[in-house]
Design a binder for this molecule. Structure first.
Ligand SMILES: [Zn+2]
Length: 243
């Protein structure tokens, strides 16, 4: 099977990264998210394949703040969020925080989902390695903590817990698991923002989806949710992505 067949059958509504970001820009235009007044923050996996998003976001809204950890979950904690929110431009009134949250998945040249052929390697490896590893060990008891604190795998444990919480039963495959991860990213992102309550000082827009790496082409984005909150007394409401 070619990668295009896998892509069409699994991610029919996905857009090239450029087109997706153009649609985000258009959806936010009525809300004053101009390049000068917008602060972008991205929650993407640590994998080097995800990083192509950064220059494309920077080209539109300047360099983004990094929220993400394994699987694309926001993993910066209260201190990290405090720093991020303190950097939002506020000249001329309210700030405008634009958040992206994307787990990722790859398709290799033979059409295998969850697999990518990386540069100067002769065989594909899992994408996302973190989600693939968590899925593979879903039925295993959590491993004992290693003696080295820095290797205690706190991010992977949290990823496992939050993604599993989105599942009704065993996931069909890595594609289904990645969709559950996207739901976890969205739920967690809004929960963390609710706890921090920055609405008094800034409008906040959150876009979630799945970042898809395909052979020899720009990344695609499958749009999943888009919402904005514009004040302390209003709830977040969905945004239309005119794609
Ligand atoms: Zn990853």
């Amino acid at each position: 099977m070619s990668w295009r067949e896998t892509f069409q059958s699994r991610f029919g509504g996905a857009l090239p990264l450029d087109a997706y970001l153009d649609a985000v820009d258009a959806a936010l235009a009525p809300y004053g998210f101009t390049p000068e007044r917008t602060f972008a923050a991205v929650s993407i996996c640590r994998d080097e394949l995800t990083q192509s998003l950064i220059p494309e976001v920077a080209r539109r809204w300047d360099h983004p703040f990094n929220l993400g950890g394994l699987g694309g979950l926001p993993s910066l904690g209260r201190t990290g969020w405090g720093t991020c929110l303190a950097h939002v431009p506020h000249e001329g009134g309210r700030g405008h925080l634009l958040v992206f949250g994307f787990p990722h998945v790859g398709i290799d040249p033979d059409g295998r989902l969850g697999s990518s052929l990386r540069r100067h390697q002769d065989a594909p490896t899992p994408t996302c390695g973190a989600l693939a590893s968590v899925l593979e060990t879903l039925d295993d008891p959590p491993p004992a903590d290693p003696t080295t604190e820095a290797l205690a795998d706190a991010e992977a444990r949290r990823l496992r817990r939050l993604v599993t919480a989105e599942l009704d039963g065993p996931p069909a495959d890595l594609g289904a698991f990645t969709r559950a991860a996207a739901a976890a990213v969205e739920r967690e992102m809004w929960a963390e923002l609710e706890a921090l309550a920055p609405w008094g000082a800034m409008d906040v827009a959150v876009f979630t989806g799945i970042q898809i790496h395909v052979p020899a082409c720009a990344d695609r984005i499958l749009p999943l949710t888009a919402a904005i909150r514009t004040g302390a007394d209003t709830a977040a409401h969905p945004l239309e992505l005119g794609t």
